[in-house]
Ligand binder design. Structure first.
Ligand SMILES: C[S@@+](CC[C@H](N)C(=O)[O-])C[C@H]1O[C@@H](n2cnc3c(N)ncnc32)[C@H](O)[C@@H]1O
Length: 476
């Protein structure tokens, strides 16, 4: 072994490391602060805060990182990342398999990440809690892996999505309802555009001569009147009117909401965070398709696109689902009484085996606002002011401090319902390095950390970033 190879196995101080790789100690400190290489103490233990003179870095890790810089790869892959948790080669259709693609949701994690941890740390019949349930990824995967699950979310629309994904369906009936509504809206559209003879069956209370005006009369939302072309608006209002006549109402709401989201007068490249509606019919330069595009003027195209797709995805999940209990709770996780909410289920009285969750990140996303159109369409109550760490509150010191209080309150509220040895997985983009404080204040200890590069969230922008999966346990 050469001298340099021997030293590569070693943990060295910042000055020594800088010397060995021809960089300055300032460079090395910068790699640490950006989370590219880890901190160790003299005993080779990973540490998060170094006492005076104690800080060491791994030469092996440093050299790997520097070689990735040379290859221009360090942005996506860097030292310390868990090799199996990147899921870089996983094709899109697998990351959005079956019901995970029933409705877009900014900030959901990929099902394979949940699977990886559930499969290694839990077993059949365990109970998994997700106090920041979002669109229900943890619940779907728990059920698929024969585990019970409880999900809590503050947003009524997120709970609707999670409920629709995890409900048990008579698949034939669900399919026939989705396709029947699609057919009826198609007929209405023909009538509206006078493109073809329409087979329009009206309900007894409806009259042909004032059909359109009565639909518009039902629309009180200025938002809907502004963000949709006139034809799109009428088609979605007609769909909405049909829903109460069917059994799987929430399922139909999800199909409609997904179609409505894609029918807004917005550029194709900005589906997640549109600023203002485009003028109806006016051509715009589309950054996504690299050509001129015209804003969509109808909703029917998207209803066609998502009806059959939804039925098929339900069928796929139906083949995989287990009979384990899924409980969706619409509530504030800081204060919800879990014992009360699970009283009527078979998991009543049992302690929870673990948590798998991804809390909101400080000042990143407004979770109600991203589904504005759905709130306007269905009139669900909004709890924006109860969201922890919303984008509109920013990332200031005050925002971070409020965030810490909020997340701590959630874990303190949940811990009494967990087994003492419960594994608590928290997926976080901890750029402010506040999770060690959150753990301490909540009465938990960090027992392990897994780093992964996020290059392809299912509904996220293209900017890669690093995410930590903390494994915590109760401080007993
Ligand atoms: C990062 S998302 C979770 C995404 C989820 N893992 C998925 O795959 O869909 C965080 C969620 O926390 C919810 N949330 C924010 N504040 C909350 C609170 N006080 N109580 C319960 N849920 C809250 C938001 O509505 C949002 O859906």
């Amino acid at each position: 072994m050469t001298d340099i190879e021997t030293r590569d196995q070693e943990l060295v101080s910042l000055d020594e490391a800088a010397n060995l790789v021809g960089k300055t100690p300032h460079n090395i400190r910068d790699y640490i602060q950006r989370g590219r290489i880890a901190k160790f103490n003299e005993n080779g233990e990973r540490i998060y805060r170094a006492k005076n003179g104690e800080l060491r870095v791994s030469m092996k890790e440093l050299r790997t990182f520097l070689s990735l810089i040379d290859q221009g790869l360090e942005k996506h892959h860097h030292a310390g990342l868990h090799p199996e948790l990147g899921f870089h080669s996983l094709p899109e259709y697998k990351r959005t398999k079956h019901v995970h693609r029933l409705h877009p949701y900014l900030g959901k994690f990929i099902p394979q990440l949940v699977e990886w941890f559930l499969g290694r740390y839990f077993k059949e019949d365990d109970i998994i809690l997700d106090p920041f349930m979002g669109s229900g990824t943890t619940l779907v995967q728990s059920n698929e892996m024969k585990m019970h699950s409880i999900g809590i979310d503050i947003s009524p629309f997120n709970c609707l999505i999670a409920n629709v994904k995890t409900s048990n369906y008579n698949i034939e009936k669900a399919r026939s309802e989705i396709l029947e509504v699609e057919y009826r809206v198609t007929q209405y559209s023909k009538y509206l555009t006078k493109s073809d003879e329409a087979d329009l069956i009206l309900f007894p209370e409806e009259r042909m001569e004032n059909l359109n005006s009565s639909l518009l009369h039902e629309c009180e939302s200025e938002y809907l009147k502004t963000w949709f072309a006139p034809r799109a608006l009428l088609e979605m209002l007609y769909y909405r009117r049909l829903i109460p006549h069917y059994y799987y109402k929430d399922l139909l709401r999800v199909v409609l909401s997904r179609a409505v989201r894609s029918s807004r007068l917005i550029p194709h490249y900005d589906l997640a965070t549109p600023k203002a509606p485009l003028p109806v019919g006016e051509i715009y330069w589309c950054r996504k398709h690299n050509r001129n595009c015209t804003p969509i003027d109808n909703c029917l195209t998207k209803i066609h696109a998502y009806s059959e797709d939804t039925a098929r995805r339900l069928e796929q999940f139906n083949e995989l689902r287990s009979d384990k209990v899924v409980t969706v709770i619409q509530a504030d996780s800081r204060y919800v009484n879990l014992a009360e909410k699970t009283e009527d289920t078979v998991i009543k009285g049992r302690l929870i085996d673990g948590i798998f969750t991804s809390p909101p990140y400080v000042g990143q996303i407004d979770y109600h606002d991203q589904h504005n159109y759905a709130y306007e369409l269905f009139g669900f109550p909004r709890n924006d002011n109860l969201e922890i760490g919303p984008k509109k509150k920013g990332k200031s010191r005050q925002a971070q401090s409020d965030y810490i209080d909020g997340i701590v309150a959630v874990f303190k509220n949940a811990l009494p319902f967990l087994k003492n040895e419960a594994n608590i997985f928290i997926v976080a983009n901890d750029r402010f390095q506040i999770y060690p404080e959150i753990a301490k204040k909540s009465g938990m200890k960090i027992v392990d950390q897994f780093l992964r590069a996020v290059t392809k969230r299912t509904e996220q922008g293209d900017n890669p970033y690093q995410e930590t999966i903390f494994l915590m346990r109760k401080e007993n």
